[in-house]
Design a protein around this ligand. Structure first.
Ligand SMILES: *[C@@H]1O[C@H](CO)[C@@H](O)[C@H](O)[C@H]1NC(C)=O
Ligand SMILES: [Zn+2]
Length: 383
């Protein structure tokens, strides 16, 4: 009976926390929306600092895979040193490689509030994309699948980093720390390895990295409100196949439709203020803002969220239906990306994250945006 009551109060506490988190979601003002960076030419397919270096084959266990990983790790070490970087390594045989154990390496980066809390007291908005590329056809790049989503996640981290520091510094200075439950919100990004099937998609030939990670996080215990790293995920937001023009992104899960609606509202407001570059017809990127609860079916797309979804994690899946025409062909390369669409995604997703993390009032003006702005200015001067 005692343990039952304990369980009950824990569930209640989690419900309470969920409610608090939802309430604490604060819309950005119009002025703040105008401060959200687009990434400028960082998404350029041939010279973009974030994207171009990873438009190479990235088959697990090959030098290209190592190069992509180094690109992510170096970026966080050099530009976002406050983020904790963690590796999650596993190995598996695949139906294409015989008895050889192929290494799969996930990269997890996160920022938590700097004050001391138990590991499990932080609920983390978790953004994810896979960085591996398809084994065959040989030389396959996978620009929308999923180099571009990885670059988007790097951009999002950079775009909210300074505001997170300002907000948390202000909270520390004002003695607001530890007063309420809602403050313990962290941000986490996972670059996932081994999403692709090597021969044909089955439960065992796919999702190598995400299956290993979800299993590990489910069985790791930690101090605090959330007793495992898996339970510390407040929302698992998975980006895949983004970067082609005129995407159509449905809302797949009734349970997280409220989060989808926040994202759709961000797109709608940015379009209303003419802050986005694209003018998709006849529908916006996020098509299902008006979807009713009875319209949700059990259908969804198999992807890296599945091992998490199966373990009860809330999932928001940003993947177009239908898939881009270049999907799993040699045409999925830099030349077939639509860069204005990528820059618009950069803004929409950054707004969602900034609102989730309550950053209204803390986003720096665009001009102060470091080296990026400097190069833009020098270019403008030349013109
Ligand atoms: C996991 O792999 C990364 C990248 O290859 C490597 O740097 C790291 O040392 C490995 N970690 C462990 C614990 O093996
Ligand atoms: Zn794929």
């Amino acid at each position: 009976m005692l343990s039952f009551r304990l369980i009950q109060s824990r569930v209640l506490l989690q419900l309470l926390l969920a409610a608090t988190a939802a309430l604490a979601y604060t819309r950005l003002s119009d002025a703040s929306l105008a401060r959200v960076p687009s990434g400028d030419d960082d998404f350029d397919a041939t010279s973009g600092k974030l994207l171009a270096p990873i438009l190479i084959p990235r088959v697990p266990g090959t030098p290209g895979s190592e190069k992509a990983r180094r690109h992510f790790a170096d970026f966080f070490a050099a530009q976002l040193p406050r983020w904790i970087v963690e590796w999650h390594n596993s190995t598996s045989v695949t139906p294409a490689t015989g008895d050889e154990e192929v290494p799969f390496v996930n990269l997890v980066v996160r920022r938590d509030p700097p004050w001391a809390v138990a590991e499990g007291d932080v609920a983390r908005l978790t953004l994810a994309a896979h960085y591996d590329s398809l084994y065959r056809p040989e030389g396959f790049i996978g620009a929308v699948d999923s180099a571009a989503p990885c670059a988007l996640l790097m951009h999002v981290a950079r775009s909210v980093d300074r505001a997170l520091t300002s907000k948390w510094d202000a909270m520390l200075a004002n003695g607001e720390v530890g007063g309420g439950l809602e403050e313990e919100k962290g941000l986490q990004i996972i670059f996932i390895d081994g999403e692709e099937a090597w021969v044909e998609w089955t439960d065992s030939d796919s999702l190598y990295g995400s299956r290993a990670l979800a299993e590990k996080w489910e069985s790791t215990s930690q101090e605090g409100i959330h007793s495992t790293p898996l339970q510390s995920i407040s929302l698992f937001m998975l980006l895949d196949l983004l970067g082609a023009a005129e995407p159509r992104i449905p809302s797949y899960f009734g349970k997280t439709h409220w989060a989808y609606q926040h994202l759709a509202a961000a797109e709608d407001r940015l379009r209303g203020l003419s802050i986005l570059e694209t003018r998709p017809e006849p529908h916006p990127f996020l098509v299902d803002n008006q979807k009713r609860s009875y319209e949700f079916t059990r259908g969804f797309v198999q992807d890296d969220h599945v091992p998490f979804l199966e373990r009860g994690v809330d999932v928001l899946h940003l993947i177009p239906t239908p898939f881009p025409a270049v999907w799993h062909t040699m045409d999925d390369d830099g030349a077939h990306l639509d860069i204005p669409t990528l820059r618009d995604w950069a803004k929409i997703i950054t707004v969602f994250v900034a609102e989730w993390m309550d950053l209204e009032g803390f986003l720096p003006p665009l001009q102060q945006d470091g080296e990026k702005t400097d190069t833009r200015h020098s270019k403008k001067d030349e013109l």
